[in-house]
Design a protein around this ligand. Structure first.
Ligand code: ADP
Ligand code: MG
Length: 501
C-alpha cells in the first residue's frame, strides 16, 4: 500500500516517526529566534538558548538550575504575571502582553512582547511562553518620545514662535512664544502677506521671501514688520525651511518668528545718537560761519533800505532783509541743535525744573494764540506735581516744537491734547501730546527724529525740531516715542525723570 501523500499544511513533526520527533522538536525550539519558556507557574521546565541569552544566562541549563522564576522576574511583575497565567490556565485561551519591561541577570533593562498559551506537558497543563525581544524598538520609541518632549519644552520656553505654513504661504500651525504666539494664532489660515502692513513694506525683504516660497528654498533672518492685532505693529525676524513629502514634493514651510522690535529700536536709537553727534559738530561749524556772514547783510540791508531813494530800491532792500532774517532764524535753530552738550547723558549740574506743569501751562497758553481755530487742552493727573530734571527754557522749547508741529500738520484746524501723569514706575513725569491731524506713514514716522528730516516745503521746515527735542530728552535721561498712523492722528509720549526719585 502506498503511503498517503501528506497535505502540505500538516506539521513536519507529525510526519516524523515517533522516535525522530524528539530531535525535530529540539531542533525547532533550540533554533527558534523567539525566546521560549515552558513553565508550570513559577517552576521552569524548559528554556531554549534564546531565552537563556535574553535573560543573561549562559545556557538553558542555567535557567533550569536557577530553579524559580521569581529569581528572573521582579516581584511586582510576578504578581501581574500570576494573574495572567491563572487566566491562561483557567480559560485555556492564549494571552499576549506587549512591551513588558523587565531586567536581565546583569540588571540591564529589557522589553519583551510575551505570547502565552496553555499546553499539555507530561500529563499536566503547563504554560508555553514565547518572548519576542523588542528592547531596541522600545528604546527607540522612548528616545523619540524624549526628543519630542525636549522639543516641546524648548518650544514652550523659547520666545520664538514655531510655525508651519502651506506651500502657498498660509499659516497652519503656531506654537510657543507666549503673547507673540497668541497674536500669530489669530492669523491662522491667512496668507502671511495679509499681515504685513502696506505702508511699511520693505520690498527687498518681501521679494526675498516670495522667491524662497516660490523656489522652495530655506530663508534666514528676514526682518519684516507685521500688524499683529493685540500686539500692534512688530518687527519680526523670520527663519524657515521647506518641508517635502516622501515623493520629494514641496508641501510647505516650517520655521520660527522672533520679535526683534526692541532690538531694532535700540539699534536705530544708537545710530541716531551717533548721527546727531556727528551732524551737530559739522552743522554747528557751518552755522557759525553763516551767522558771521549774515551780520553785515542784515545791518547794511537795513541801512540801505532806510536810505533808498526810490520805492523799487526800498522794496528790493526789504526783500533782502526779510530773507536774511529768515536765514538767521534757521541758523539759530541749527546752532541750538549743535550746542555742545554734557556727554554724561544728564544736564550739567543736574538743573531742575521745580514746577514743570506751570511751564507747560504757560507755554501752551502762548502757543494757543497762534492758532485760534485749534482747540488746545492740557490736563494733569494728581500726583504729577514734582520737580523734573532739566531747564524751564528747554522744557518750553519741547512743548513749543511739539505743538507747532501739530498745528502745521493740522493746517491750524483740529485738536491738540496734552496730558501729564506720573510714569507707571513713579520715577518720572509722563507727558503726551496728541493731535487730530493726518498722522504719518510708517516710513515718515521711522525718520522724524533724524536731523534735517522734513516733509515740509523748502523754507517752512528745517527738520530740526524733533531732533532737538530728542537730544534734550536723552540728556535728561528720559525717552520720547511717537505713535502715528495715516488718518488716526499723532501722539508723542515723553518720559521726563523726576529730579528726586
Ligand atoms: P520740521 O517741523 O521742521 O519739518 P521736525 O523735526 O519738527 O521738523 O519734524 C519732522 C517731520 O516730522 C515733519 O516734517 C513732519 O513730517 C513730521 N511730523 C512731526 N510732527 C508731526 C505731527 N504732529 N503730525 C504729523 N507729522 C508730524
Ligand atoms: Mg517742527
Amino acid at each position: 500500500m502506498a503511503t498517503p501523500i501528506p497535505s502540505p499544511n500538516t506539521a513536519p513533526a507529525l510526519l516524523a516517526a515517533p522516535e525522530d520527533q524528539q530531535e525535530l522538536f529540539t531542533t525547532l525550539l533550540d533554533g527558534s529566534n523567539q525566546a521560549i519558556l515552558i513553565h508550570d507557574r513559577l517552576e521552569p521546565l524548559y528554556a531554549n538558548p534564546r531565552f537563556a541569552r535574553l535573560l543573561g544566562f549562559e545556557t538553558p541549563e542555567d535557567v533550569i538550575a536557577a530553579g524559580w522564576l521569581d529569581e528572573l522576574i521582579p516581584i511586582q511583575r510576578l504578581v501581574r504575571a500570576f494573574v495572567v497565567w491563572s487566566r491562561v490556565l483557567e480559560s485555556g485561551q492564549p494571552v499576549t502582553l506587549t512591551e513588558v519591561k523587565g531586567f536581565n541577570r546583569q540588571g540591564a533593562e529589557i522589553f519583551v512582547d510575551i505570547h502565552t498559551r496553555p499546553i499539555q506537558w507530561q500529563g499536566r497543563t503547563v504554560i508555553f511562553s514565547s518572548l519576542y525581544d523588542v528592547t531596541a524598538r522600545s528604546h527607540a520609541k522612548r528616545d523619540l518620545e524624549r526628543a519630542y518632549l525636549r522639543y516641546r519644552q524648548l518650544a514652550e520656553s523659547a520666545h520664538d514662535v514655531f510655525w508651519d505654513m502651506t506651500a502657498d504661504g498660509r499659516l497652519t500651525n503656531v506654537e510657543g512664544g507666549d503673547d507673540l504666539g497668541h497674536a500669530f494664532s489669530l492669523c491662522l489660515g491667512d496668507p502671511w502677506l495679509d499681515h504685513v502692513p502696506v505702508d511699511a513694506r520693505d520690498e527687498n525683504a518681501i521679494t526675498a521671501l516670495k522667491t524662497a516660497f516660490h523656489t522652495g528654498r530655506a530663508f534666514r533672518t528676514q526682518t519684516i514688520p507685521f500688524d499683529l492685532g493685540p500686539l500692534g505693529r512688530r518687527l519680526i525676524e523670520i527663519n524657515g525651511v521647506p518641508v517635502f513629502d516622501e515623493a520629494n514634493t514641496l508641501i510647505g514651510f516650517r520655521g520660527t518668528f522672533r520679535d526683534e522690535t526692541g532690538a531694532e529700536q535700540a539699534r536705530r536709537e544708537g545710530e541716531l545718537q551717533r548721527n546727531l553727534a556727528a551732524l551737530g559738530r559739522v552743522s554747528g561749524g557751518v552755522a557759525h560761519e553763516i551767522n558771521n556772514l549774515l551780520q553785515p547783510i542784515l545791518t547794511f540791508s537795513r541801512l540801505a533800505a532806510d536810505r533808498a531813494t526810490t520805492e523799487r530800491d526800498r522794496e528790493a532792500m526789504q526783500t533782502i532783509l526779510a530773507s536774511a532774517r529768515q536765514a538767521r532764524d534757521i541758523v539759530k535753530t541749527v546752532l541750538e541743535f549743535a550746542r555742545p552738550r554734557n556727554a554724561s547723558g544728564r544736564a550739567s549740574g543736574l538743573a531742575t525744573v521745580p514746577d514743570p506743569l506751570a511751564v507747560i501751562d504757560r507755554e501752551v497758553r502762548i502757543l494757543a494764540t497762534f492758532a485760534p481755530e485749534v482747540q488746545v487742552s492740557v490736563s494733569h493727573t494728581p500726583g504729577d506735581h514734582r520737580a523734573i530734571i532739566g531747564t524751564a527754557a528747554e522744557l518750553g522749547q519741547i512743548i513749543a516744537n511739539l505743538v507747532k508741529n501739530a498745528f502745521e500738520a493740522m493746517e491750524d484746524r483740529g485738536r491738540v491734547i496734552l496730558t501729564t501723569a506720573s510714569s507707571p514706575d513713579g520715577k518720572a513725569l509722563a507727558l503726551t501730546c496728541a493731535d487730530s491731524g493726518p498722522g504719518m506713514s510708517e516710513t515718515v514716522r521711522a525718520r522724524i527724529f533724524e536731523p534735517f528730516f522734513t516733509t515740509k516745503e523748502f523754507g517752512k521746515g528745517t527738520g530740526l525740531g524733533l531732533s532737538i527735542i530728542y537730544g534734550i530728552v536723552r540728556r535728561w535721561g528720559g525717552t520720547i516715542r511717537c505713535e502715528s498712523m495715516p488718518g488716526t492722528g499723532t501722539r508723542f509720549m515723553l518720559i521726563l525723570p523726576y529730579a528726586e526719585t
